[in-house]
Design a protein around this ligand. Structure first.
Ligand SMILES: *Cc1c(COP(=O)(O)O)cnc(C)c1O
Length: 420
């Protein structure tokens, strides 16, 4: 479902005209659709039927409180990768019993906080982390339920920077060491081994890598059970891709769910899945204004008021994002390079792209930015973090206001020898 559609030539989000929100909020800003979030979540959940399933939204994709709470109110738990994210999930009302904690480098302070909070499970990624967690849990007289994140050595066929399940990646326990580390864990105080987990990468657009990895991990669970471990949970990670171009078709939730059930249901484990991008990616657009149209020697540039500091995916991952006008034109599309104001050539959203003809002052939408958009933004070039806005039907709310310049500059403190 597309919750950003044209009506009489004007882009709407649910039942609001995007340009009217832009007039009130000021560009650039992120704009999210509640209905889209709900649709994605519900569709995902329903695809699994009555499978014993916990969906833990990977909050790193979009940590806005209103986004986490929208999904949490629908029943989602959370997958967090830092104390900050854990606090955000709790603040948005996610119950600790629905929170799993991933990440390669949990610190002692983070472990203490998570244990005191009583989260559902730690996804442990190395032997040193296992020993550290055992020590911390035992010191609190608590038991940490853990899964080991295993590295299945599968090629997820995605961008190298977001591929995580190959043996050369830093993530997970090497396959050949898993039995040994489980045996160690079984004897450690403060630790209860409850399952295995994996996460092979992000923006995966084929079922095959998932199926290979899930098949491998299922076999491993059987081996571990033969070794005497009680394995009751299997966490399959996230990674299901979305369509960015409109003409690529990642697996549907139904297809993904059918494969999961076929491959793992005989294990009778509780299944945990950590989708991030799938839930929020297509629920957001970035609304921006054309500042200048510049005729270069070889190219025509649309210089817009959003920049790489607001959305880094194109420069960091060579990501493609659709770019559409808020008001459709009767004229043919033209070739443009769409660029931001930051002093780097990498500040480019699209090169040689056919876009509807635009003039300075015109508004446009960069699509599919709900995931890894606002969360990866910075204030580079002292550009204030842009506002985030959430729509529900015919209402909108600014869910993160733009900070003022004084607030940004006020974050710096002068040392005593400079402030006299
Ligand atoms: C990033 C991440 C996810 C979410 O990935 P998506 O591609 O956004 O679904 C899930 N689990 C772990 C451990 C992650 O690091």
């Amino acid at each position: 479902m597309n919750y950003f559609e044209y009506r009489s030539g004007e882009m709407f989000i649910e039942n609001l005209k995007v340009s009217e929100i832009a007039d009130k909020v000021g560009t650039p800003f992120y704009l999210y659709s509640s209905a889209s979030l709900a649709y994605q979540y519900t569709q995902f959940k329903e695809a699994f039927g009555d499978l014993d399933l916990l969906i833990c939204y990977a909050v790193k994709a979009n940590t806005n409180q209103s986004v986490i709470k929208t999904l949490g109110d629908l029943g989602a738990g959370a997958d967090v990768v830092s104390q900050g994210e854990l606090r955000r999930a709790l603040a948005a009302g996610i119950a600790p019993e629905k929170i799993v904690y991933s990440g390669v480098a949990k610190t002692v302070v983070e472990m203490l906080f998570a244990l005191e909070t009583g989260i559902y499970q730690f996804n442990v990624e190395s032997e040193p982390e296992l020993f550290q967690l055992s020590e911390v849990a035992a010191s609190l007289n608590k038991t940490a339920d853990i899964t080991f994140r295993v590295n299945p050595d599968v090629d997820a066929k995605t961008h190298a920077k977001i591929s995580t399940g190959k043996s050369e990646n830093k993530f997970g326990i090497p396959w050949k060491n898993v039995r040994e580390i489980c045996a160690i864990a079984a004897k450690l105080p403060g630790i209860k081994l409850v399952g295995l987990d994996l996460h092979i990468g992000s923006q995966i657009t084929e079922l095959n890598p998932f199926e290979q990895a899930f098949t491998r991990i299922s076999g491993l669970i059987e081996t571990l059970r033969e070794d005497g471990h009680e394995i009751s949970r299997l966490d399959l990670g996230g990674g299901l891709g979305i369509s960015y171009e409109g003409d690529d078709f990642p697996p549907l939730p139904r297809e993904y769910a059918e494969m999961v059930k076929r491959v793992v249901s005989h294990l009778k484990c509780q299944i945990i899945i950590e989708p991030g991008r799938f839930l929020v990616g297509n629920a957001g657009i970035l609304v921006s204004k054309v500042i200048y149209v510049k005729e270069g020697e070889k190219r025509k540039f649309l210089i817009i008021d959003a920049a790489m500091n607001d959305l880094i995916r194109p420069s960091m991952y060579d990501a493609y994002h659709g770019i559409d006008p808020l008001k459709q034109s009767d004229h043919d599309d033209r070739l443009y390079d769409v660029v931001g104001p930051v002093c780097e050539t990498g500040d480019t959203f699209a090169t040689n792209r056919l876009v509807s003809p635009m003039n300075s002052g015109d508004l446009l939408a960069i699509r599919s930015v709900g995931a890894y958009g606002a969360v990866m933004s910075s204030t580079y070039n002292t550009r204030p973090l842009i506002a985030e806005v959430l729509v529900k039907d015919d209402e909108f709310a600014v869910v993160r206001p733009r900070p003022t310049y004084d607030e940004i500059i006020g974050l710096d403190k002068l040392p005593s020898w400079l402030s006299k």
